[in-house]
Design a protein around this ligand. Structure first.
Ligand code: PHE
Length: 355
């Protein structure tokens, strides 16, 4: 076959393979095969040197015609493939504006958050501010600084979730001993953290989650929510504590509610008391909710122990104060007469929607 014939065949072949290319990649492969440095056109032109000089111009001209034809076909095919790809993309992304929109259900505050906010609001109205502390806490803040003696039962491994970080290499770990790190068992460590960096007078509330190794049952959860209160000022008395908590209970349960202070013990308050409110369900005559007593315990409280002041470097002769801690889940259960406190955390929408 003469070079001219070879060129003619290449032209026909080339146009066919370009027409057959059905993707940008296939088209590029065809281009390389036809016009590339090691492509077929180059291959044919290598034979040019062997021709007599007077035949070369005609072959050169034919080669140029074939090259131009192939280049034109490549350009046209590329444009067609691009347009087809764009069409496909547009078709796939078509937005049918006649479809009705997707309804997004409107959420609502969880019962616990709502009661928390309600209590915060009551206290903000009388000058308190909100303080926070970590849920993963150090033994020092959770127990030691709060005057818990080393033998205190709450410090036992069966009562408290100690945090042991197994991912840490014991040899390179420079933080606290793993056994000094725990899930806080109450919000009282926020008392210490606040007094550490705030000069009295202090009037704070500290809401948050707390953890105890309790098996869930109708009245217990291993994780629940507390609200701590702390007041540090000059000449604070037990009467201030009583007045404050009476006010709180009336704001939450209504003006008909009665309160009862029972002597109790907490390591970090002295004297200490537990506070009961008259049962909201039976009005105090005795029912299933109050286990027939007419009263329901909702919080612990007391006057800040001098040892606690000493632990944070405050002079107990100069400063006095009270603290209280209440269980928000309990209050929710009481206020809405929930038969089982676990309902609060099960996430069952049929239950939650009722409030
Ligand atoms: N921290 C105590 C508890 O969880 C409650 C409490 C708080 C008692 C503040 C007295 C003062 O049981």
């Amino acid at each position: 076959m003469s070079l001219i014939e070879q060129l003619t065949a290449l032209g026909a072949d080339g146009l066919a393979s370009i027409a057959a290319a059905d993707s940008a990649a296939a088209l590029d492969a065809a281009r390389v095969d036809l016009l590339g440095k090691k492509g077929r056109l180059t291959g044919i032109l290598r034979g040019l040197g062997a021709l007599p000089a007077d035949e070369r111009p005609a072959v050169g001209a034919a080669a140029n015609r074939v090259r131009t034809a192939i280049e034109d076909a490549l350009t046209t095919r590329k444009a067609a493939l691009d347009a087809a790809a764009l069409d496909a993309q547009l078709a796939a992304g078509t937005l049918d504006i006649t479809l009705p929109g997707r309804a997004r259900p409107i959420g609502a505050q969880h019962l616990i958050s709502r009661i928390r906010d309600e209590i915060v609001e009551v206290f903000c109205g009388i000058g308190y501010t909100v303080a926070e502390g970590p849920e993963v806490e150090l033994d020092f803040y959770n127990f030691t600084a709060l005057n818990h003696e080393p033998q205190h039962p709450a410090r036992s491994a069966s009562d408290t979730f100690y945090v042991v970080d197994r991912s840490t290499d014991a040899e390179t770990w420079t933080g606290p001993e793993p056994s000094d790190v725990l899930m806080r068992t109450h919000t009282s460590p926020v008392q210490i953290r606040t007094m550490e960096h705030t000069k009295p007078p202090i009037y704070i509330l500290a809401p948050g989650k707390v953890y105890r190794r309790d098996v869930p049952d109708p009245t217990h959860l291993p994780q629940f929510t507390q609200m701590e209160g702390l007041v540090v000022d000059r000449d604070v008395t037990f009467a201030d504590l009583r007045g404050t908590l009476d006010y709180l209970c009336r704001e939450i349960f209504g003006s008909q509610v009665r309160t009862r202070f029972r002597p109790h013990f907490f390591p970090f308050t002295e004297p200490s008391a537990e506070v009961d409110v008259s049962c909201n369900v039976c009005g105090g005559t005795g029912c299933r909710t109050c286990k027939g007593t007419g009263w329901i315990e909702i919080l612990g409280c007391g006057m800040v122990d001098p040892n606690v002041f000493a632990a944070v470097g405050l002079d107990p002769e100069e400063w006095s104060g009270f603290a209280f801690g209440l269980g928000i889940d309990r209050i929710a259960a009481l206020r809405y007469d929930l038969p089982d406190i676990r309902m609060l955390v099960e996430g069952d929408m049929r239950f939650l929607r009722q409030f």
